[in-house]
Design a binder for this molecule. Sequence first.
Ligand SMILES: [Fe+2]
Length: 200
Amino acid sequence: MPIIKPSLHHVTFRTSRLQEMVDWYGKVVGVTVTFQDEHNAWTTNDAANHRVAFLSVPGIVEDPDKFQHNCMHHSAFEYESLDALMESYSRMAGENIKPAFCLHHGITISLYYRDPDRNFVELQVDNFGDWAKSTRWMQVSEDFRTNSIGSFFDAEKVLQAHKAGTDFETLSRDIRQGDYKPDVIPNIGLPEPDAVLRGL
Ligand SMILES: [Fe+2]
């Protein structure tokens, strides 16, 4: 029997800080609440009735060793343009919500934010505009084979270059080759960050 493939629909988090999480996802990706009660909430930022939900019953506790435990590393949301990504970066920086780290993956330019529970949320823009091409590039390019995690960059430096009118192709190429590196290479939420960064 062929596999009938369903679409990815929503993510649901266990959390011990319901309102903080609802508010944060509201500020970051613009979710609004479809339904919320004392313990749980279902939110969305598009026409679906829920995309990001939270279960917050008593007994859920903080995990201080999250970066070492089996769990989801991040969810991701995509903008239609670098303009939209950078405008969102600026808006959130004004509210003191700043990325934990930024990576040019070749396929995307991505800002990773840490939610109140230290789950990462990737905000990205696609570099190819064509999933067939980017899929092929991941499969065969030497660039991706030797730098699959990505090139770190400083979002503030990229914002300034973007504001100064550097075109998308030039900016993307230069970020990928490391011209916008941050002063300090951040931990990307893994127990041995150096292991994944070898060769970068
Ligand atoms: Fe991702």
